[in-house]
Design a protein around this ligand. Structure first.
Ligand code: URA
Length: 218
C-alpha cells in the first residue's frame, strides 16, 4: 500500500544496535535487524566473523549467495580467492576479522536465467542504514588496519566520493577516527578479480595492495 513504507533516507539499523554490547550480543541482535528492506528477501543476517581482536579488519560489500545460505562472510568463490591473496601478502587469517558493509544479501531472480539469485549492488542508502553495525564492529575489534574491499566498502567508510581506482593501495585516514585510529587501505573487491579478463594482473594488484596493508601495521 502506498505511503506505508519508510522512505529510503529513513532506513537505519541504529535502533537495533544494543548499547554497550560485545560482538556476540551484537551478532545476536543483528539477526533481528529490520533497519532496511533487505532483510525481507535474504535468508539471514550475515554478521562479521573471525578474530575479535584481529589487527586487520576486512570489509567487503555484502554477503553473496553462499554466504547467505551458510551465514558467514566470504565463504564462497570470492572468499577462496581472498584467502589465497591474503596468504601471498603474508596476512595470517587468524589475525583478521572479516565483515561486510551491508549485512544482508541483495539479489534478483531473473526468470530467463533460471532460479539463480543474481547479486544486485546495495544502494548508498542501504549501506548507510547498515553503517551502525560496521561502526560497532570497528569500535570493538579496534584493528590497526582496515582493508576496504571494493567501492561499497570504501564509500561506507570514506564517503560517497571515494573511488577505488584513485584511492586504492595507499594508507588513508578514516573520517571520525583521525586520532590514533586505524589506517585504511582500499583495494579491488575479490569478485572483480573473478570477473576480470586480465585476471592475473587484477589479482596481482589485489595482492600488492594487501602487502601495503600488511606494512601499515603500527
Ligand atoms: N562478497 C562480499 O563482499 N562479501 C562476502 O561475504 C562474499 C562476497
Amino acid at each position: 500500500m502506498a505511503g506505508t513504507r519508510a522512505p529510503e533516507d529513513a532506513y537505519t539499523a541504529a535502533p537495533f544496535v544494543p548499547e554497550g554490547a560485545g560482538l556476540d550480543a551484537l551478532r545476536e541482535a543483528a539477526a533481528g535487524c529490520r533497519g532496511c528492506p533487505l532483510h525481507r528477501d535474504a535468508t539471514r543476517t550475515v554478521f562479521g566473523a573471525g578474530n575479535p581482536h584481529g589487527r586487520f579488519l576486512l570489509v567487503g560489500e555484502q554477503p553473496g549467495d553462499q554466504e547467505d545460505r551458510r551465514g558467514e562472510p566470504f565463504v564462497g568463490p570470492a572468499g577462496k580467492l581472498l584467502d589465497r591473496a591474503l596468504d601471498e601478502a603474508g596476512i595470517e587469517p587468524g589475525d583478521t576479522y572479516v565483515t561486510n558493509a551491508v549485512k544482508h544479501f541483495k539479489f534478483e531472480v531473473v526468470p530467463e536465467r533460471g532460479k539463480r539469485r543474481i547479486h544486485k549492488s546495495p544502494s548508498l542508502r542501504e549501506a548507510a542504514a547498515c553503517r551502525p553495525w560496521l561502526e560497532a564492529e570497528l569500535r570493538l575489534v579496534d584493528p590497526e588496519v582496515i582493508v576496504a574491499l571494493g567501492a561499497t566498502a570504501g564509500k561506507a567508510l570514506l564517503g560517497s566520493s571515494f573511488r577505488v581506482t584513485e584511492q586504492r593501495g595507499t594508507p588513508l585516514v578514516v573520517p571520525g577516527h583521525e586520532e590514533r585510529g586505524p589506517c585504511l587501505v582500499a583495494t579491488v573487491h575479490p569478485s572483480a578479480v573473478l570477473r576480470a579478463k586480465d585476471r592475473d594482473a587484477v589479482y596481482g594488484g589485489l595482492v600488492s595492495d594487501l602487502r601495503t596493508a600488511a606494512r601499515a601495521l603500527r
